[in-house]
Design a protein around this ligand. Structure first.
Ligand SMILES: Cc1cc2nc3c(=O)[nH]c(=O)nc-3n(C[C@H](O)[C@H](O)[C@H](O)COP(=O)(O)O)c2cc1C
Length: 196
């Protein structure tokens, strides 16, 4: 069964909440959403995480990415860029790059930041770069999603975003939820069209 991989890292749960809404959009568009995460990276390099996380979805495996019909990649904003644990995983995907496993598949990005102008767009744009190296077809959000114009928190044409607040505990706004769902649905619909 074809599925869209929703791959993310989340420390406080904000990006995880976005991933769940994107997953709902994917399933509403009639495709399976496979949520996967990545372990934190320890400053003690020898330390290893348990293979199964204490909570939340399983850690991603290379095959999850190899066999997906499309990808939603999500991260908290860290100094205007993606978080290290996600980049750490992406840097292990050379075998997929060499085999061209992701060429021609739709891929998009989403992120959460504490502050409104804390670097969401720079995070999203930089997250697109490895997807383009992999040959993915970048999928954003069109302005026919009028929440892009009316939102007073997150939401960009480069992908859905969330303003989590200084304590990273603000719930997703109605606009942010709708944009997450629209993004998931768009990825699923695009993946279906491309596989026809
Ligand atoms: C090292 C570090 C750097 C961060 N840099 C930014 C930043 O540049 N802009 C911003 O608005 N928030 C920044 N934050 C806040 C995170 O973006 C915020 O905690 C995150 O969106 C919460 O998502 P999560 O609940 O999925 O972990 C930073 C947090 C950390 C730990």
């Amino acid at each position: 069964m074809p599925y869209i991989l929703v791959l993310y890292y989340s420390r406080h749960g904000a990006t995880a909440n976005m991933a769940k809404q994107i997953g709902r959009g994917i399933e509403q568009a009639g495709m399976e959403a496979r949520l996967r995460t990545v372990p934190a990276v320890s400053s003690v390099c020898e330390a290893v995480e348990d293979a199964i996380p204490a909570e939340g979805p399983p850690y991603v495996e290379e095959d999850d990415l190899r066999n997906c019909a499309g990808l939603a990649l999500g991260s908290p904003t860290r100094f205007g860029n993606m978080a290290t644990p996600l980049k750490h995983f992406i840097d292990s995907t050379s075998p997929l790059w060499m085999s061209g496993a992701l060429i021609g598949k739709p891929g998009g990005v989403f992120c959460s930041s504490s502050s409104m102008h804390g670097g969401q767009e720079s995070t999203l744009l930089s997250m697109m770069l490895p997807l383009m190296h992999h040959g993915m077809l970048i999928t954003g959000l069109p302005y026919s999603e009028t929440d892009l114009i009316n939102t007073s928190s997150g939401g960009t044409p480069y992908g859905p975003t969330h303003v989590a607040g200084p304590d990273s505990d603000q719930p997703l706004s109605e606009e942010e939820i709708r944009l997450c769902k629209a993004f998931g649905a768009r990825l699923a619909t695009t993946a279906k069209k491309l596989s026809q």
